[in-house]
Design a protein around this ligand. Structure first.
Ligand code: ASP
Length: 441
């Protein structure tokens, strides 16, 4: 049997897991471990994720302009846009609801070593802060108010397109690309050379993606090995219930999404899963929906037969604003911390035993907003969680407590984000009459 790329990718994931576990059980000195993971990160995070990220900004630009010029009328564009936004709204709402119901019923923060942690809280937080200084730095400048997020979003949308391209400001690239596409179409005959240029460039970007995909298995192994070697399984001792709640929520949400793909997208869940397996694996290992976007586009068009115009328009938009896994995680994380530390200094008004409906509603709304505002890069969910925590009066000094397990949970939420975007594209394509049901069965 010929070993295909997707087999190699899963072999790479398994090999990476084994190497990572081996490095972890060897109990190497911190210096030795740091020097090995430096090499793993060079190949995994720097070279592979870097190569994918290199494609993202030009890919969003060319794909969206190519999609808009293929759509023909602004009415068609508006129709697809509205369907996408309704889909994102519904699925994100369901994701947060699943997360909140689970965290309120499982109560992971009330289990395990709660009393010990509470009586030792200052030492625990200081140790977490020291260990994860990089992540603490990221949250210290994060926006804390919805108004700040709104102002930043508008600034991103209306930025100089060259600035947006060089700084990977996806909203700015998307907005400018849509306008440019509409303008090219409105120019009629005179716009045709520009339309052909973008369509052709979009095909070339596709070619670049296939080249990078063909070398992915070894690099994926490096990403996973580094992640496992650095974190090790011991984080589960203190954060196991919390991780379990997030992962269970994500699994339930995936079941919901697959039900949608079957009944609304009219595609068999198995065919869908087989079609996006490369994108899923790359999202899981790179922890970035943006870096995965080239591969997601490839899988949807090539494997699942979703039309160019739907995937080129809906997937970049989804990768930027639709993050079901992140939304679910934000709600669970903040409620977990309230259960664990509520009533202490910095969370004085938050008694987990009598948490009011209003607090839960604020968490619900801000978790949705925070997921929309999160960038499609690793750890982004941590940064926007500052908004959720601040909105209910939970001091951000508690956040480092969950940093140890965050990279691991990021793998699950990013792969769910990518799955949500992909199902959105399948469903919208079907509703637009682009994928005939016969092909989908
Ligand atoms: N890493 C996630 C993504 O790229 C965002 C997050 O941190 O939740 O989709």
């Amino acid at each position: 049997m010929k070993v295909k790329l997707h087999h190699w990718i899963f072999i790479g994931m398994g090999g990476g897991l084994l190497v990572g576990l081996l490095l972890w059980v060897m109990e190497l000195s911190p210096e030795r471990l740091a020097s090995i993971t430096w090499w793993l990160d060079l190949f995994g995070a720097k070279i592979f994720t870097g190569a994918l990220k290199m494609l993202v900004a030009p890919l969003i630009f060319t794909s969206i302009v190519a999609a808009v010029v293929s759509l023909g009328t602004p009415g068609e564009l508006g129709r697809i846009g509205v369907k996408a936004l309704v889909y994102y709204g519904v699925t994100t709402t369901v994701a947060v609801t699943i997360g909140l119901v689970l965290v309120l019923s499982i109560q992971p923060g009330m289990k395990g070593k709660r009393q010990e942690l509470r009586s030792n809280v200052e030492a625990e937080l200081a140790a977490a802060g020291d260990e994860f200084q990089g992540k603490v730095g990221k949250i210290s400048n994060a926006p804390r108010e919805p108004k700040e997020i709104l102002a930043n979003t508008i600034k991103d949308i209306l930025s100089n397109p060259f600035f947006a391209l060089t700084h990977s400001k996806s909203l700015g690239i998307i907005f400018f690309s849509i306008l440019l596409g509409i303008a090219i179409t409105a120019c009629g005959e005179a716009g045709q050379p520009a339309a052909a240029f973008f369509k052709s460039l979009s095909v070339a970007m596709f070619k670049l993606t296939t080249w990078i995909m063909s070398i992915s298995p070894l690099f994926i192994a490096c990403l996973i090995a580094s992640m496992v070697a650095k974190n090790g399984p011991e984080v589960f001792l203190t954060l196991g219930w919390y991780a379990l709640t997030v992962i269970l929520g994500i699994l339930l949400h995936v079941v919901f999404l697959l039900t949608l793909v079957k009944f609304v997208g009219k595609k068999s869940p198995m065919e869908f899963l087989l079609g996006i397996r490369e994108a899923w694996a790359i999202a899981f290992s790179t922890r970035s929906s943006a870096a995965t976007l080239p591969v997601t586009l490839h899988c949807l068009k090539k494997k699942l037969g979703v039309s160019e115009k739907t995937s080129d328009f809906v997937l970049p938009l989804g990768a930027t604003v639709n993050m079901d896994g992140t939304a679910l995680y934000e709600g669970v994380a903040v409620l977990f911390l309230i259960q664990l530390f509520g009533g202490l200094e910095g969370a004085a008004g938050l008694d987990p035993a009598t948490l009011g409906f209003t607090t839960i509603l604020i968490i619900f709304i801000t978790a949705v907003l925070a997921s929309v505002g999160a960038a499609a890069v690793p750890d982004a969910g941590l940064v926007t969680m500052v908004l959720v925590a601040t909105a209910v009066g939970l001091d951000v000094r508690f956040l480092p407590f969950i940093f140890a397990i965050d990279a691991f949970l990021d793998m699950f939420r990013t792969s769910t984000n990518v799955m949500g975007d992909s199902i959105g594209a399948v469903i919208i394509d079907r509703l637009e009459g682009e994928s005939p049901p016969a092909a989908a069965a």
